[in-house]
Ligand binder design. Structure first.
Ligand code: SF4
Ligand code: SF4
Length: 287
């Protein structure tokens, strides 16, 4: 059996200051940080001791986790576990990266978001070049706003064609993406139209809750980040019994980390082994 786990602990802070983000320049108390570290350590121990044949781990923190030593150590640690096939994380790519040299880099992948206004294209690309030197796979992307077009185009043109550049539609904006803008972003990211869609999902089969789960710092299992109901806990020795096919209870699904598991979209065919870190198989083969 292969189980993909989206881990989101208590961490909710970031070293960046994006104007629209609740985690911008928010810092936890030492007590909260200690709890996050303790919970992550427990999770890593559970992964190490798990008898599941194959595990994919994807960290989807609130805020930025790679500026925290314990997330760096967790990625190194988990990458060395024989039954872990993938350790991926969403990051703003601002942290130092040397620690990755200690990891089994054949299993590590980064989902890197560029934030115009918080860093420059050149500094971000220096970090990407460091990942290239280390041999770590990654995707790069940005929120698709008109004011970001120039930066996204520069990223695309200066990165190797082997690196997939995604563009996220800002789902809070109504009637923002006219045909011209969709065309522009689709010329950069051929999968932009999929992201720019609220996928109807109510009652439809979705792999979450069966082969993909969301886990919090306490070990609570939810089927995905968008359905709040707790269906079990990984620290319960019998937790596998809760994993079963379930129809989606939400009207729509519009976030990549959710809809990629909606069966009718067949996006596992597009992303293959790169589904967690958002690298389409076609791009993986360009390396
Ligand atoms: S980098 Fe991400 S988490 Fe940090 S402030 Fe910006 S949007 Fe928020
Ligand atoms: S379709 Fe989206 S919201 Fe519905 S269960 Fe799957 S991931 Fe969750």
């Amino acid at each position: 059996m292969n189980l993909n786990i989206l881990y989101r602990g208590e961490l909710s802070s970031c070293n960046y200051d994006c104007p629209y983000c609740p985690f911008a320049k928010h810092w936890e108390s030492q007590q909260e940080l200690d709890a996050d570290q303790r919970h992550l350590d427990r999770f890593c121990t559970w992964v190490e001791q798990s008898e599941i044949a194959s595990l994919g781990i994807f960290f989807t923190p609130w805020g930025e986790a790679l500026v925290r030593r314990w997330y760096q150590e967790a990625i190194v640690r988990l990458s060395r576990v024989p039954h872990v096939n993938k350790v991926a994380i969403q990051t703003n790519l601002s942290s130092r990266l040397n620690w990755l040299a200690e990891a089994d880099r054949s299993k590590v992948a980064l989902w890197c978001t560029f934030h115009p206004g918080q860093t420059t294209v050149s500094s971000f690309l220096r970090q990407c070049a460091h990942l290239d030197e280390l041999g770590v796979r990654y995707s790069v992307g940005c929120v698709g706003l008109r004011e970001h077009i120039e930066a996204i185009e520069e990223l695309r043109s200066r990165l190797s064609p082997a690196v997939y550049v995604w563009v996220n539609a800002d789902e809070n904006l109504v009637d923002y993406y006219d045909n011209q803008l969709v065309e522009k972003f689709t010329s950069i990211d051929p999968h932009f139209p999929t992201n720019n869609t609220h996928h109807s999902s109510l009652g439809q089969p979705c792999r979450t809750g069966q082969t993909v789960i969301s886990v919090d710092g306490q070990g609570n299992i939810r089927r995905c980040h968008f359905v709040k109901q707790i269906i079990g806990n990984i620290y319960d020795p019998d937790f596998l019994s809760v994993l079963k096919p379930r129809p989606c209870p939400n009207m729509t699904c519009s976030c990549h980390i959710g809809y990629v598991h909606l069966e009718r979209l067949n996006l596992d065919q597009i992303y293959g082994q790169g589904i967690l870190e958002r690298i389409p198989a076609e791009w993986s083969n360009r390396k």
